[in-house]
Design a protein around this ligand. Structure first.
Ligand SMILES: *[C@@H]1O[C@H](CO)[C@@H](O)[C@H](O)[C@H]1NC(C)=O
Length: 185
């Protein structure tokens, strides 16, 4: 049988805990702000232009063994890739992906991506999101964490889903669809 005084004891304990946490945390208004957390979904296309005269992805370092590695292990690429509204490179620019990716897997083709999405239009102009994660580029859908943000995306956390839209085997140029799901204030 349940002890009939148990629920009220539990309630009292809960009240005590809430009182204590408020007493020890004078900045408890953050509980209030939590209620205003928003979930945003953004979609755009990421263009990795490796070829031509004006590449937006440049290899800056590699190991002496990189060329002998089936996965290009050790190659480091710096990027300033355009982010556009539609799959076409010439469509409306919404931001840039600035940062780097590097081959970090000796067995499979797997990159560590460390990049900032820098938004340049609309209400997000000037705000950023930071992505840090693993990108197994030949997998259909890759998920990477959003680890933070600035401006409208302060306190951001969430994830992205990346799907290759187009890839040129000869040049290495690629267009990737990014869906971003992010909680922020
Ligand atoms: C974005 O912000 C910059 C700097 O404040 C400004 O120069 C630019 O015109 C803005 N762009 C758009 C499309 O609003």
């Amino acid at each position: 049988m349940l002890n009939p005084t148990l629920p009220s004891t539990f309630l009292l304990l809960l009240l005590l805990l809430i009182t204590l946490s408020h007493a020890t945390n004078p900045h408890h208004q953050h509980h209030h702000r939590r209620g205003h957390e928003k979930l945003s979904h953004l979609r755009f296309y990421w263009h990795d232009v490796v070829s031509g005269r004006n590449p937006t992805a440049v290899r800056v370092a590699e190991a002496t063994t990189t060329n002998a590695s089936p996965t290009g292990f050790g190659a480091v690429v710096m990027i300033d890739d355009p982010l556009t509204e539609s799959p076409e490179l010439g469509s409306r620019l919404v931001g840039r992906a600035q940062g780097m990716y590097a081959s970090s897997d000796k067995e499979a083709v797997g990159l560590i991506m460390a990049m900032n999405f820098v938004f340049v239009e609309g209400k997000h102009n000037g705000s950023t999101l930071t992505v840090l994660g693993r990108n197994q580029v030949f997998t259909e859908t890759r998920e990477m964490p959003v680890v933070g943000g600035s401006g409208l995306f302060r306190f951001a956390r969430g994830y992205v889903q990346a799907r290759t839209h187009w890839f040129d085997m000869n040049t290495g140029d690629a267009t990737v669809e990014y869906n971003v799901f992010v909680l922020h204030h």
